[in-house]
Ligand binder design. Structure first.
Ligand SMILES: [Fe+2]
Length: 195
């Protein structure tokens, strides 16, 4: 129910509010409520393997928002430095995530770390203005499973964005895609009513 209600509320939000900054502010409160609840992400989508997985939970049919779970496995330490290009909100469902702002050197030197945010379960943060858009993220408790929920103002897996070489600040354009071939069913019921 929590996921279905979240998707309903997000759909109404992007339908009623066109301004990206106001969408992001309201979306943060919806995501805060979602990650404050447990039990809504089925084991098929939340089980941690050794590697890092980007699991698409939902993409708006008009690409106005997407919801992605990052499943941090026992061998997943941190992401490469990357940007997003669209607004984002990050929330922690289980475990802990560290986001470190990274600032490119226009002269081709090493990137410089900026602000760092450490999020515990139930906490949320903004990506992009008024915070920062280029960062790397890490499991706050390396080796322990963690689940972080990422909400974006577009289809983040198909958007053209950049990964950065930390040593040279060089950017490469990528599309990050998603790791799962099927999506969760937000409309599933806990009991088989026709059994
Ligand atoms: Fe990110």
């Amino acid at each position: 129910m929590a996921l279905r209600h979240f998707l309903r509320d997000m759909t109404l939000l992007v339908q009623d509010e066109a301004d990206p900054a106001r969408q992001q502010g309201a979306a943060m409160e919806l995501l805060r409520r979602l990650v404050g609840q447990g039990g809504w992400l089925a084991p098929d989508f939340s089980a941690a393997g050794p590697a890092f997985r980007q699991v698409l939970l939902y993409n708006d049919p008009l690409d106005r928002f997407s919801l992605v779970a990052f499943i941090w496995g026992s061998e997943a330490r941190q992401t490469p430095v990357h940007d997003h290009g669209i607004w984002g909100v990050v929330g922690v469902l289980e475990g802990e995530e560290i986001s470190t702002e990274m600032i490119p050197d226009p002269g081709g030197g090493p990137m410089r770390p900026g602000r760092q945010d450490r999020l515990q379960a139930g906490e949320v943060m903004l990506l992009g203005a008024p915070a920062y858009d280029i960062h790397k993220t890490a499991n706050g408790q390396p080796g322990a499973p963690a689940i972080t929920i990422h909400l974006y103002g577009g289809n983040i897996g198909s958007a053209e964005r950049r990964v950065y070489d930390e040593a040279t600040s060089a950017a490469t354009v990528i599309r990050s895609g998603y790791d799962n071939p099927v999506l969760p069913n937000p409309w599933s019921l806990p009991v088989a009513i026709f059994a």
